[in-house]
Write a protein that binds this ligand. Structure first.
Ligand SMILES: Cc1cc2nc3c(=O)[nH]c(=O)nc-3n(C[C@H](O)[C@H](O)[C@H](O)COP(=O)(O)O)c2cc1C
Length: 453
């Protein structure tokens, strides 16, 4: 592995030199037109290949209802030019919230989600044209091990993990979520999908990444005497059955997922990992699962990797680590290349399934050049921005109108948005949106530092 370094590239030559030095074959294209090609998803035309990834703002009220900052966030994205917006993790039951301010969709607040959808669509039409029709997907989640609905960790786990249990100091007899509870939870996902349909979303994405409940189930090799553990069929049962139920019962939204292709957690506690060396992916099961998801008619798939609580550099390469973390033993460009390669292998296996790539924000204003080359090479079909969308929601508009992104508006991967999230604040970009989030960062950092004394 190589030394961690901050982004310091004055021009593309310097970036490409670093890639060569690190022995990385970084896709890079001078022209980015391909990113403005339309694409058909589930019979609807997405106006370009740019997506906004799900990014929690943690600014809902106690009932999970989207508030002012949430409306502001999505309207900014919609005015910013990306053709597809994957809305942030939204709990299907209150116990499954990762934070007391996480969105939670239910009968009493569905009308607010509907307003949010309507205003988001309208913002795009006003900024572009009446034909600019966004594809909107709501991410449905249960936070599992990372549930924290009252502000205190209240883990709901699918299996015991030698790696993860110690993080929450869980005793060996800490109870697992039961099969019956999982059966009932399937119904809750379907109910939430029906509400998402009522709110006017185009699709729902069952969150199956980053170690949350459905993701943890995929890796429940050691869960015994359970129809949700051990074999591939059992471990993938929750995702497959829930997706099928949504498909069969909710007619006007499509079902999809954000899926971890590779957990980067030691076998038998991680999905998509090599049994001999968890630092290497083994995508055989991931491919087997995607094949099944295609049979359920997934019209698109969002791919990610890793667990942000354990090794955040796998899922979101950064310049500065979170408090309490050391910089990793690798160059962030290696992290970017890893996600591109894994996504590429899966996209190549299923060339007809549009896959959204992840992990591009560290590339700053070079992201479109890398993204265009990735799409050209058939390693992804759309490219999403996560932290980049917090920092620079109108980057796509700038690309379209000015031909380039403004290097002074990009995300600098400082990890402060993640830090606010860990410190239980309302999150966003403290550098490019500092009037709101600078103060929030200082407030919650101080509070967290006080708690740790
Ligand atoms: C503050 C914050 C909130 C996030 N919320 C979600 C979420 O709701 N759902 C999800 O699947 N990923 C979430 N992620 C992960 C991002 O969607 C994305 O995968 C990650 O930041 C890497 O992409 P990027 O390099 O473009 O930022 C979040 C990340 C951050 C930093």
């Amino acid at each position: 592995m190589s030394q961690h370094e901050r982004f310091k590239f004055k021009d593309k030559e310097a970036l490409l030199r670093k890639a060569e030095e690190l022995n990385i074959n970084l896709p890079f294209s001078e022209t980015i037109e391909i990113l403005f090609d339309k694409i058909e998803i589930n019979g609807k035309t997405v106006p370009n290949r740019f997506a906004v990834h799900p990014m929690e703002g943690f600014d809902a009220d106690a009932n999970g209802t989207p508030g002012e900052l949430c409306f502001r966030r999505y309207k900014r994205y919609a005015s910013g030019g990306s053709g597809l917006i994957w809305f942030e993790a939204t709990a299907v039951i209150p116990e499954g919230r990762s934070n007391p301010r996480q969105l939670w969709i239910h009968k009493e607040n569905v009308y607010v989600f509907k307003q949010l959808v309507d205003e988001t669509r309208e913002a795009a039409r006003q900024n572009f044209s009446n034909n600019f029709d966004l594809t909107l997907i709501l991410q449905l989640t249960h936070s599992g091990r990372y549930s924290k609905q009252s502000g205190k960790p209240a883990p709901i786990i699918a299996h015991h993990s030698e790696i993860l249990d110690p993080k929450h100091k869980l005793p060996a007899d800490y109870p697992l979520i039961t099969d019956q509870e999982l059966d009932e939870l399937q119904e809750k996902f379907v109910e939430a999908a029906l509400l998402a349909e009522e709110a006017g979303f185009d699709g729902v994405g069952i969150k199956a990444c980053h170690g949350y409940l459905v993701s943890e189930l995929l890796a429940s090799f050691t869960r015994e005497d359970s129809k949700y553990g051990s074999s591939f069929e059992n471990r993938t049962r929750f995702l497959q059955e829930t997706a099928k139920q949504i498909k069969n019962n909710v007619k006007n939204v499509f079902v999809t997922s954000r899926l971890n292709g590779y957990d980067a957690i030691k076998y038998p506690y991680g999905f998509g990992v090599s049994a001999d060396d968890y630092l290497k992916p083994d995508l055989a099961e991931t491919k087997k699962l995607i094949k099944e998801l295609i049979k359920i008619d997934y019209p698109i798939l969002n791919l990610s990797i890793g667990n942000p609580y354990l090794k955040p550099h796998f899922c979101r390469p950064f310049d500065f680590p979170l408090a309490g973390f050391e910089p990793p033993n690798e160059h962030p460009l290696q992290g970017v290349a890893r996600i591109i390669e894994i996504t590429g292998e899966l996209q190549k296996e299923f060339p007809k399934l549009p896959v959204i790539g992840t992990g591009y924000s560290w590339l700053r204003h070079f992201f479109p050049n890398v993204a265009a080359a990735v799409v050209n090479q058939g390693k992804a079909t759309l490219i999403g921005q996560g932290r980049g969308a917090f920092a620079y929601p109108d980057s796509v508009k700038d690309l379209q109108e000015k031909g380039a992104m403004d290097a002074h508006k990009v995300c600098v991967t400082c990890s402060a948005c993640s830090q606010i999230m860990r410190d239980d604040g309302r999150t966003g970009c403290i550098i490019r949106d500092k009037e709101i989030y600078g103060a929030e960062y200082r407030k919650v950092r101080k509070r967290a530092a006080g708690k740790n004394q």
